[in-house]
Design a protein around this ligand. Structure first.
Ligand code: GLC
Length: 510
């Protein structure tokens, strides 16, 4: 079985995890010092957000050198020590690769913009006139460059120029990048906005519906499958390499198209990631959809949070840790590959903001200035910035052994955590991860998947999971032979009495 099918990944947002030198920014030495913590928690793999040299316009997703370490985070020696220490603990490391665009500070772009005949001109997408395409951060996706009087395309910030994947030379450069990191021992890659790689090169205007432009011709275009196959074949020449793709969609059939033995192993499934509300019925519908839309061998990913969205204890559980635990239980017991976002195991909530100066994320600050430009009042502009800013989920990690590091960045504030509750959350994650390792369900298909009122149930191997999403106690009419192996419940003659928002596991006999 491929290693990732039984693995639980843990996403680390570099800046905010662990500082080692008191500059207020997380770094590799700090990270290495926390590997024992992660091994003890029981995770199997780490996903590191970008750690490359960058102007930090989009927190590292604007890469100016793909084969170097940002000095804020250390150097290549620190990286290698981290990799060795992770390996010694049996932890695999996957890294974030931003193949779709580079920073405009990248040497390739600097050359590309020099003149129209520069050999690197075609590494990026230049046009005499813009079309109506908009950036995913708002505003036109085209920027006029005075030097040559042409526009370059940027699907995100104007400091993130899109690479031209129709150019073989770009593909060849990126192969070298992949080879470089594979040689450093990474177990795989998380491929950033990978469905933006190919475009309709005639650049037709995108449709506009009720004043909103729809992203149609600027993603999921012809040639994407071939590009992914090419990347995958290159990576897997010598060994198993785990490839997870970020496809910006919450439509399963769309996402699933790109996951196969020849392409990506898994694609991020935003079914849970982007939902604003959750209950037994919606989870049941989602799990069913995963069963029907995915083919044999295709596995969903399971996550509620990441560096791009509000933390799930705030978004989906109103900060209630009992409800949060039930969602963690779902994420770690349903069929799929779970991705824990750092700090979830401590019940970390969203950060709050009272002014735009406290924000760093371009998605928040751009929303603020765009609102002002549209004539909105300051308070309204701030409201939309607060809604959009992803900084809310990027606060400093709080470890069970004590305090978060003090940060030089004014926007990093300590998340307000109740110490006792945070510790109980951490124990819960640890127990659940241990339980997952001990049991034999992790690679098992569902043999049943049901909804009875507020109780969602699924069986995998010999383990039957019951998840109660409602308030109060309920009795689930279970009549078979079973032994409670996780969680708390009363085994009655008439069934199993389960408390509010509780998740339990039973080992059932045939
Ligand atoms: C992905 C990243 C996000 C970034 C964007 C552009 O969606 O997760 O943080 O802003 O790509 O690189």
């Amino acid at each position: 079985m491929e290693f990732w099918r039984g693995s639980v990944f843990y996403e680390i947002y570099m800046k905010s995890f662990q500082d080692s030198n008191g500059d207020g920014l997380g770094d590799f030495k700090g990270l290495t010092s926390r590997l024992d913590y992660l091994a003890d928690l029981g995770i199997d793999g780490i996903w590191l957000t970008p750690f490359y040299p960058s102007q930090q316009v989009d927190n590292g997703y604007d890469v100016s050198d793909y084969c170097e370490i940002n000095p804020d985070y250390g150097n290549m020696t620190d990286f290698r020590e981290f990799m060795k220490a992770a390996d010694a603990r049996g932890i695999k490391v996957i890294i974030d690769l931003v193949l779709n665009h580079s920073s405009t500070e990248h040497a390739w772009f600097k050359e590309s913009r020099m003149n129209k005949t520069n050999p690197k001109r075609d590494y990026y997408i230049w046009r005499e006139k813009p079309n109506n395409w908009e950036s995913f951060f708002g505003g036109s996706a085209w920027e006029l460059d005075e030097l040559t009087g042409e526009y370059y395309y940027h699907s995100f910030a104007k400091e993130q120029a899109d690479l031209n994947w129709a150019n073989q030379a770009v593909q060849a450069e990126m192969e070298q990048v992949l080879a470089f990191w594979l040689n450093e021992g990474v177990a795989g890659f998380r491929l950033d906005v990978i469905n933006n790689l190919t475009l309709v090169l005639e650049f037709p205007d995108n449709p506009v519906v009720e004043g909103e432009m729809e992203h149609v011709y600027d993603r999921n275009q012809r040639g994407l499958e071939q590009a992914l196959e090419h990347i995958a074949t290159f990576c897997r020449k010598e060994r198993e390499v785990f490839l997870v793709g970020e496809i910006s969609s919450d439509k399963l059939p769309e996402i699933a198209k790109y996951s196969s033995k020849k392409m990506l192993d898994v694609t991020f499934n935003f079914n849970f990631g982007s939902v604003e509300q959750i209950d037994a019925k919606s989870v049941f519908t989602s799990l069913n959809e995963m069963e029907t839309e995915l083919q044999e061998g295709q596995w969903p990913t399971l996550f509620f949070g990441s560096h791009d969205m509000s933390r799930y204890t705030t978004r989906l559980a109103d900060g209630n840790l009992i409800k949060t635990k039930l969602l963690a239980f779902l994420m770690l017991t349903a069929k799929g590959v779970p991705f824990i976002y750092y700090g979830e195991e401590m019940g970390m909530p969203d950060l709050t903001f009272s002014s735009v100066e406290e924000m760093r994320d371009i998605q928040g600050t751009a929303a603020y200035y765009q609102a002002l430009q549209r004539g909105k009042a300051e308070t309204q502009a701030l409201e939309s910035a607060i809604e959009k800013t992803r900084d809310k989920a990027r606060g400093p990690m709080v470890f069970p052994d004590g305090k978060p590091f003090t940060s030089g960045e004014p926007w990093i504030k300590t998340a307000s955590l109740q110490e006792k509750e945070a510790l109980s959350m951490w124990h819960f994650y640890k127990e659940l991860l241990t339980f997952r390792k001990e049991q034999d369900f992790k690679d098992k298909e569902y043999t049943s998947l049901k909804l009875d009122g507020e109780i969602l149930s699924y069986q995998r191997g010999k383990i039957l999971f019951l998840l109660h999403f409602g308030e109060g106690e309920v009795v689930y009419p279970f009549r078979g032979q079973g032994r409670l192996v996780f969680g708390e419940a009363d085994m009655l003659e008439t069934g199993i009495k389960i408390g509010a928002h509780a998740g339990i596991a039973l080992r059932v006999e045939d």
